[in-house]
Ligand binder design. Sequence first.
Ligand code: C5P
Length: 197
Amino acid sequence: MSAWAVLVAAGRGERLGDDRPKAFVRLGDLPLLAEPLRRLDDCEWVDAIVVVAPPEWEEPAILCAEEIGASKVSACVTGGETRVDSVRVGVAEVPEDAAVVLVHDAARPVLPADVIPRLLEALSGGWDGAVPGLPLADTVKRVRDGAVVETLDRDELWAVQTPQAFVAPVLRSALDGAGDATDCASLMEARGGRVTV
Ligand code: C5P
C-alpha cells in the first residue's frame, strides 16, 4: 500500500504572534518544520512527502529538508489562504496510483512512531479515514455571549489531531469543492465517509 504524506506548514501562525510563520519558528537550531519532517521521513510506512509552505517560504522549507537529509520529499508547494486550500494543493502533487494520503500539521511536531502504523491498520480494516484522538479531560461547555448554554457529555468528546490517514480517492473527492474546515476528516464526514478515531 503506497502512502504519501502531505505536511501542511503554510499557516501564518497568528495565534503564536511571532514575526515568522509558526513552522519556521526556531526549535533548537532548526525550524519547527524539521521535527515533523524528520519523523515522517524516518517512518518506514511513508513512501514520499509533499511539503506545503507559506508563500515566499518555499526555499527555506527545501533548505530545511536538505539540512536534515530528508530523502522522501518529492515536492514543496505554495499553500493557500485556508488549511483546506493548502491540503488541496498538496494532494494535487500526490500521484493517482497512491493508495493512502496522510495529512499532517507541521504545527504538531512530536509525532509518536506508532501512530502511522495504527492509522494504516485501521484503513486496512475498511475505514475511509482514520484519525488520532484523545478523550477530553476537561468539562466542555457551549457558551454564547458569555452565558453557558449547555454542558456537553464529555464521554462522547474526543480531541482530534493529525496525522489523519485517508483512502486517497475518497480524500480527493471530499476536497473537491469543499469549503473551509479545521480538519480533513470533517470534510469526509460531511460526504458520508466512514472515519474512525
Ligand atoms: O491554523 P491551524 O491550527 O488550522 O493550522 C493547522 C495546520 O495547518 C498548521 O500546520 C498550519 O501551518 C497549516 N495551515 C496551512 N495553510 C493555511 C492554514 C494553516 O498549511 N492557510
